[in-house]
Each structure stands twice: as C-alpha cells, then as structure tokens.
Design a protein around this ligand. Structure first.
Ligand SMILES: NC(=O)c1ccc[n+]([C@@H]2O[C@H](COP(=O)([O-])OP(=O)(O)OC[C@H]3O[C@@H](n4cnc5c(N)ncnc54)[C@H](OP(=O)(O)O)[C@@H]3O)[C@@H](O)[C@H]2O)c1
Length: 302
C-alpha cells in the first residue's frame, strides 16, 4: 500500500506519498480501506519534530489519527462490526491506503466519507471537553477558537445539549460561527469583555480549544477557575484551569456513537476542504498556518 511518510523532521515539503508495509488489525482493532482521513494539528506538530524532544527521526514516520473507510480485517475479540461495514473513527497512521482503527462508529449512509473522516478526533475531543465541563441545558459556554476542527464540532455538540454558545474567531469567521449556531465574538485583546457583554455577565464554562488567550483572562469569565478547560494551553493549571490531553479522560466509542447520531440527524455539519493524498503538503501547510475553517481532509485516489 501507499502511505504518507517522512524520514526526517521538517516542513510539509518533506512529505512523500510512497510504498509502506501493510498494517494489520490486532486484538480489539479493525483495519479499513481508507476512503478519507483528516489532518489535525498534531500531524504537523509531529512532522516538524516539535514533539520529538530533540531526538532525530529514525526510519520512516507515519501520520494521521482519524479516518473513514470500509472494514477489511477484524481483529480478535471484536464484535458488532464485520468486513464490508462502512465506519469512521480513531487510530494511528491513518494517512494511508489502509489503516488500523482502535475505536469507531458506523458511518451513517447519508454522510460523505470526507465529513465522517473529519468527525473522529474533533468529535472525540469535543465530547470529552463538554463532558469534563459538565455542560448541560441552560448553561452558557464560551468556546475560544470556535471556527476550527474541534471548535466547530464542540459548538454544535454544546447546542445539542441545550446550552447557549458564545464562540470566538477572527473577523473572517464571524458569519461562519453564526451559521453553526454560536454567538460570535472576535478573539484577541479584550475578548473576555466581549464575551461578558454577549453573555450578560459570567458563563458556566469555558472550553479553550485554541490555547491563545491568557488563562487568567478566561478564568475571569467563570465563578470557579476549574470551569476553564484547555486542550492546547498546557500551562492552564497554573491559573486554576484544567487541561485534558485524552488518555483516561477519553471515552472514544461513546463519543463516536454520539457524533454518528448527530451527523445522521443533521445536527452536526462539518465544513470540509479535500485534497488528494499526493497534495497532502498543501493541506498540512494550511493547518500549520492556524486559521482553518472546519476541517482539511485527504482522499486516496483509487
Ligand atoms: N489535548 C487534546 O486532546 C487535543 C485534541 C485535539 C486537538 N488539540 C489541539 O487543539 C488545538 C486546536 O485543534 P483544531 O483541530 O481545532 O485546530 P484547527 O482546526 O487548526 O483550528 C484552529 C482554530 O484556531 C483559531 N484561532 C487562531 N488564533 C486564535 C486566537 N488567538 N484565539 C482563538 N482562536 C484562535 C482559528 O480561528 P480563525 O481561523 O478564525 O483565525 C482556527 O479556527 C491544536 O493545538 C491541537 O493540537 C488537542
């Protein structure tokens, strides 16, 4: 099969779409023939070596954490899914023609492959954040960075829980935030004042998905600092906020089932921009630039 790969850290031009060993489903996993896989910021963070701790890359490196496709191998102990099923979910090295998933849900027939692929990491992260913040009907939640992959899904998940959602974006994405149901505010200096004005006071929870606003500005919006949860500012704890990176906080199968349901009901709409795998570097560059609207998705040519 072919997979997106690199042999030394660098910017997206070091990526190649080339032959790689076939992966196989281990216990508790399934393998899919990939129809689409999304780009997440962690992909270019790995590619550039930002997460390597200064160590050189040894051998080929592979990327990608979510995908949608057709099951073609079912690992030991897996029930409820069969060869030929159309699914989407989370795994590793999904930027390839075949990929192994660790958690998944059925792709609703009405949903495009690209949209399903886009819903994996963003959906799991959105569900995790709103659950840890205990966002429920009647709450007002501020999502800082609402126009990107995680933010766009989190906005719509919070609305489906009955919350009122205020979200931040650049000037360019204010209308997009309105389209997905949020009350838009511009990010940057003074954002907390704009949120207070939009909310008519404090909010019940802040989900920081961009990691750009100083945490003490975000904690000023809530009565209890731990009601600020960040996925991208690992210093949030110093100001009494919380950070989640997945791991034990994660309930991926439950999250993906919720996402599948929302997609099927048209309660979740994800704006996608697609690229063939051999033009992945373009998508990675856009992601690295930090102003993605919705999701970037890679499609293998068959
Ligand atoms: N800890 C975890 O479990 C976890 C999981 C998934 C992702 N993440 C991390 O979370 C971050 C977001 O991921 P993503 O997939 O949503 O990224 P993304 O799709 O690239 O979205 C980035 C968004 O950030 C917004 N943004 C840029 N500058 C901002 C600012 N100063 N204030 C507020 N928003 C700003 C952009 O809005 P404009 O386009 O309007 O500028 C854009 O929509 C990344 O750092 C990623 O690595 C962490």
């Amino acid at each position: 099969m072919r997979a997106l790969q690199f042999t030394s850290y660098g910017n997206p031009e070091v990526l190649t779409w080339a032959d790689a060993p076939d992966p196989h489903a281990g216990a508790g996993q399934v393998r899919i023939a990939v129809r689409a896989a999304s780009v997440n910021p962690i992909d270019w963070k790995l590619l550039t070596g930002a997460m390597s701790g200064g160590q050189p890359q040894l051998g080929p490196g592979y990327l990608g954490y979510d995908a949608a496709g057709v099951v073609d191998e079912v690992g030991e102990g897996v029930t409820g899914v069969a060869v030929g099923d159309e699914i989407f979910g989370l795994g590793q090295h999904t930027h390839a023609e075949y990929a192994v998933l660790d958690s998944w849900a059925g792709k609703p027939p009405s949903v495009d492959w690209a949209v399903a692929a886009a819903a994996g990491v963003a959906g799991e992260t959105g569900e995790r954040g709103l659950r840890l913040l205990d966002v429920t009907a009647g709450d007002t939640v501020f999502i800082d960075g609402g126009a990107g992959g995680v933010g766009g899904v989190a906005v719509q998940m919070a609305l489906s829980r009955g919350a009122r959602v205020i979200a931040s974006a650049s000037e360019t994405n204010q209308d997009y935030l309105r389209e997905i149901g949020a009350i838009p505010v511009r990010y940057g200096e003074g954002v907390a004042d704009r949120v207070r004005a939009a909310a008519g006071g404090q909010v019940e929870a802040v989900f920081d998905v961009a990691g750009k606003t100083p945490i003490d500005e975000l904690t000023s919006l809530v009565s209890e600092p731990s009601q600020v949860l960040s996925i991208a500012n690992f210093t949030a704890g110093q100001a009494g906020g919380r950070v989640t990176g997945g791991g034990a906080d994660s309930r991926p199968m439950q999250a993906l089932a919720e996402v599948a349901d929302m997609l099927a009901q048209n309660e979740l709409v994800i704006k996608v921009q697609t690229f063939p795998f051999d033009r992945a570097a373009e998508a990675y560059r856009i992601s690295q630039n930090g102003h993605v609207r919705g999701k970037l998705v890679l499609i293998p040519e068959r």
